[in-house]
Write a protein that binds this ligand. Structure first.
Ligand code: MGD
Ligand code: MGD
Ligand code: SF4
Ligand code: SF4
Ligand code: FES
Ligand code: MO
Length: 884
């Protein structure tokens, strides 16, 4: 389309508004109710323009071919000024002194303090929420906050109440703290007047700003860190962030106080008897080098192991695995992917040939049906959870497979609340129904898949009745789910730990992938696919970088002679070819004396690995433990040397998010005290061991990684700084990266997607008469893993302690009520927690998160692991309950 703006012609795409056209012509208009994250509302009447003669609000008027648009018409400006005057006449003049959009519009349109009221309307403030503050007197009822809350977050916490000039925003009539608000900060970010602000932080003039990537979950939200005088003023979501597009959650947006907590580790510590005493870096590094060398000399390199950090950068993980392989000489290096999504890497590699999810986040908006299995994204990946919720609200089918009634389950078309551990039965049941009804893509199966006959044979067992017997899912619900998924045009699968953290987790991933293959909904470029919601901010990256005992950077097997040669040539040394120990095997090896020294980098194994007493015993059995941390965690307390690292806010590098996107991490603060970046620490330990790891900067490390790992060869800091985030595979500097995988063929040896014929097998731990309940463990919105960081922020006010979620019928039978203390005992240990009665869990099932050390959930969990990858069975523990 071609339109004329103030006499100049511009081309605009179909669907553009007049406001878009004006902006495309390099002009601007004042706006107040407009936000590029929201559908236009046309409420404020500031963006007026003369459209082929008549005056219209530009944001809600469609551009049309041949339109003559005039922004420079004095009548138009006068009307916009009048609209603004009417808007501000009930606001106190103090509103003008805040650096807000409103004040800027007033300055532009010449609306002075005399147009404001002398004092406010006395509508009151709401300061009940730890992060969000409302001063109702400053509300102009533009509705931006309400639209942000409804249309982006999906919390529906806010309404505009009152009439006419008296209309103001309210959190549902009650207090903000008691509302449905999930603290995403969306309303704070969009409010143009200062009515809704960050509690304790009134709008302030621009401070220095650094663009970085969130260090909590794997969504990979782009954030802007605002600092002044070395302190964080606030963190806001970056509208240019390709995944979050100006949205965030309570952790990335608000939970940063940990960084300046007085509890941060600020100096190295060395164990002297019972005590950990502060020392200088030289002494700590000398000791680490001496003790590691001693162990290698006496017991060989395989007596040393390192657990890498999925919280730290790619560059730090790259250096760490290089140090272990090239300097120590062992492949004993692993990361928390082992206890999280290792079954995804194995299962997706078996099915499709690559370890990553198949489609980018934005494909959620192309899906007309979303199958969410064993994931709770509204709590654990909130920005993605909100996106899925919006897609479902706008008409896409939603199937949730989860034993609990999660937020998404409550709005799903079909919720299959299968018993924990029944995934393979349910997925095979769905596959059978799809085949029986012919809801499959025969052409895709013939051209692009292998293994159909074996699968058919396997599925003979999975009659809907047998599936119901195993899982408790009724045959008609199974049929409804299969129909919804398989008859959609662009069905998408999104899954989480409810699929992976089982003794048959890899089978779960593979039988789930079967559904996409049968439907021909993967590798097509039309969206869909099979997408794990990888957990930690950089768990994908830690694995990509080769922090794995059997794979070099870029998923190259340690024994592959070509990969080995490439690494040996770049690193200038020989390399061990025998795969190293996985995390659970490290603990066993420590207990039987094969492993003598353990270096734990940014992982709190004493609280987060299963069967904590086993982990403790393993730590005690090691003759030397190094812990590289930002806080004195339980793991650090068990170490011989503690090395103080830097948080993501204090360093440079990259993270890879759940959809394989490399994104930049940039330093906004200096590390506290003597703390150093982990990059610096690892390089210093290598030097103390007499080795130079090369790579003086993180940028050099990523470049070097590209030389050993062809998958990432085209990715560099300079390119990311210039072009923004890049997906892997990205094999050369002019490769745009691949957001969608397997478009022409799958990366398997025969180029076909591999259907998996897998039986259903019972879980590793089963309830019995002594331990009759199944404990499910997982996450809650406000806290993150061991809670080391989030518990040191006002998130603690939002979620002050752990609860045992239990069905009211079970509580009644056992004789306890809401708020009572209950002992939870498993075959390994016991804890007490406060009961919360909820029908979100089924009868016979209870739920605990693991965010609080005083409710040490992993004292209960078992050492049962996935048979293929050793991922622990965190999702099933047999327990008994007793009121106390
Ligand atoms: N707020 C917050 N966000 C986080 C984290 C956090 O600690 N807090 N941690 C991050 C990390 S490391 C990760 S890995 C991700 C995890 O993100 P998710 O995988 O979404 O998290 P979980 O809550 O552990 O488990 C997901 C769901 O699996 C269900 N489930 C349990 N057993 C079964 C089963 O047998 N079958 C099926 N179908 N479902 C089952 C549970 O009921 C639960 O709702 O979250 C990341 N994001
Ligand atoms: N019962 C139960 N247990 C579980 C799970 C479950 O679902 N149920 N889920 C499991 C899963 S999926 C995971 S991923 C694990 C997570 O287990 P962990 O990785 O142990 O969990 P975090 O609390 O994230 O620990 C990371 C630690 O790194 C530190 N840290 C953060 N950033 C940096 C940094 O930049 N440098 C350094 N040096 N340190 C840093 C933090 O202070 C924190 O103590 O928990 C597992 N445990
Ligand atoms: S913070 Fe987010 S969830 Fe809470 S009211 Fe504002 S927009 Fe809604
Ligand atoms: S959704 Fe995840 S990445 Fe985004 S702000 Fe929240 S914790 Fe950070
Ligand atoms: S910005 Fe167009 S009417 Fe408010
Ligand atoms: Mo995880």
């Amino acid at each position: 389309m071609r339109v004329t703006v103030d006499g100049n012609e511009v081309d605009v795409p179909a669907g553009a508004t007049v406001l878009d056209a004006v902006r495309a012509a390099g002009r601007d208009l004042p706006t107040l109710c407009d936000d590029d994250r929201l559908a236009p509302a046309g409420l404020c009447r500031l963006c007026l323009v003369r459209v082929s003669g008549r005056i219209a609000p530009a944001c809600v008027t469609a551009a049309a071919d041949g339109q003559d648009l005039r922004t420079d018409d004095p009548d138009v400006t006068a009307m916009a000024r009048l609209a603004l005057e009417l808007t501000v006449e009930r606001l106190p003049a103090s509103a003008l002194s805040l650096p807000t959009e409103l004040a800027a519009r007033c300055a532009e349109l010449g609306v002075g303090a005399d147009r404001f009221a002398a004092v406010g309307r006395g509508l009151g403030v709401d300061s009940t929420h730890p992060y969000v503050h409302l001063d109702a007197d400053l509300c102009i009822a533009c509705g931006r906050c309400v639209r942000m809350c409804d249309d982006v977050q999906g919390a529906f916490a806010l309404t505009l109440a009152g009439r006419g000039a008296g209309t103001v925003v309210t959190p549902g009539g009650g207090s903000w703290a008691q509302s449905a608000c999930v603290s995403c900060g969306g309303c704070v970010d969009t409010c143009p007047t200062g009515a809704i602000t960050r509690a304790g932080h009134p709008p302030a003039p621009a401070a220095s700003q650094v663009g970085t990537t969130c260090g909590y979950c794997g969504v990979g939200c782009a954030l802007i860190v605002h600092t002044s005088s070395g302190c964080i003023d606030q963190i806001t979501p970056d509208r240019a962030g390709p995944v979050n597009r100006g949205h965030a959650c309570v952790k990335g947006r608000f939970a940063y106080a940990f960084a300046t907590s007085g509890d941060r580790l600020t100096t190295p510590l060395i164990r002297r008897g019972e005590r950990l005493e502060p020392v200088g870096w030289d002494e700590a590094l000398r000791l680490v080098a001496e003790r590691l060398k001693g162990v290698v000399d006496r017991h060989g390199p395989d007596a040393v192991a390192a657990i890498c950090s999925a919280r730290a950068t790619n560059e730090e993980n790259y250096l760490m695995q290089k140090l272990m392989r090239a300097v120590i000489g062992t492949n004993n290096v692993d990361n928390c992917s082992r206890i999280c999504h290792a079954p995804s890497a194995a299962g997706l590699t078996a099915a499709f040939g690559l370890a990553g999810g198949t489609n980018p986040a934005e494909d959620i908006e192309r899906a007309d049906c979303i199958l969410v299995a064993g994931a709770n994204p509204t709590e654990a990946h909130p920005v993605i959870g909100a996106r899925i919720l919006q897609q479902a609200l706008s008409g896409a089918g939603l199937i949730v497979i989860d034993p609990r009634r999660t937020t998404l389950a409550k709005i799903a078309n079909v919720h299959l609340a299968g018993a924990p551990g029944s995934n393979v039965a349910i997925f095979n049941g769905l596959a059978r129904v799809m085949l029986e009804h012919g809801w499959v893509d025969a052409d895709f199966l013939a051209r692009r898949a292998a293994g159909l006959d074996a699968l058919r044979e396997q599925l003979a067992w999975f009659t809907p009745q047998r599936v119901a017997d195993v899982s408790g899912v009724a045959p008609d619900a199974l049929l409804a789910a299969a129909r919804l998924y398989a008859t959609a045009m662009f069905p998408s699968i999104i899954y989480g730990l409810g699929v992976t953290e089982h003794t048959h987790g890899t089978d779960g991933v593979r039988t789930l992938a079967n559904l996409a293959i049968l439907r021909g909904a993967v590798g097509t470029g039309r969206g869909g696919g099979v997408n794990p919601l990888r957990g930690q901010n950089n768990v994908q990256g830690a694995s990509d970088m080769g922090a794995l005992p059997d794979q070099l950077p870029g998923y190259q097997p340690v024994a592959d002679p070509r990969a080995q040669a490439r690494c040996e040539q770049v690193w200038g040394c020989g390399l061990p070819a025998r795969p190293g120990l996985r995390i659970p095997d490290m603990f066993d090896a420590a207990l039987d004396g094969r492993l003598r020294a353990l270096w734990v980098f940014g992982e709190n194994i004493a609280q987060t690995d299963p069967d904590s007493s086993h982990v403790r015993a393993a730590l005690d059995a090691c003759e030397f433990v190094v812990c590289q941390e930002i806080f004195l965690t339980d793991t650090a307390l068990a170490a011989d040397v503690v090395l103080p690292g830097a948080s993501f806010l204090e360093k440079d590098g990259t993270f890879v998010n759940f959809d394989r996107r490399f994104q930049r991490v940039r330093s906004a603060l200096a590390p506290p005290g003597l703390a150093r970046t982990d990059f610096h620490i690892i390089a210093s330990v290598a030097l103390a061991l007499g080795a130079d790891l090369g790579c003086p900067t993180p940028a050099d490390a990523l470049d070097e990684c590209g030389r050993v790992a062809p998958l990432f060869a085209g990715i560099s800091h300079s390119r990311l700084d210039r072009d923004g985030p890049l997906h892997w595979p990205c094999r050369s500097p002019d490769d745009p990266g691949q957001a969608r995988l397997h478009l022409d063929s799958f990366a398997t040896p025969d180029g076909r997607a591999q259907l998996a014929a897998r039986p259903w097998l019972p879980p590793g731990e089963l309830p019995d008469s002594r331990y009759p309940f199944v404990l499910i463990t997982g996450r809650r919105l406000a806290h993150y893993n061991a809670g080391t960081m989030t518990r040191r922020t006002p998130n603690l006010l939002l979620s002050p302690h752990e609860t045992l979620d239990v069905h009211p019928a079970d509580a009644r039978t056992l004789g306890f009520g809401e708020g009572d203390r209950v002992e939870v005992r498993s075959r390994r240990g016991a804890l007490t927690a406060t009961a919360r009665l909820t029908t979100d869990v089924s009868v016979g099932q209870v739920f605990l998160a693991f965010h609080f050390p005083e409710v040490a959930t992993n004292v209960l969990t078992s050492a049962a692991v996935d048979e293929a990858t050793s991922c622990p069975e965190y999702k099933i523990t047999a327990v008994c309950l007793r009121p106390c």
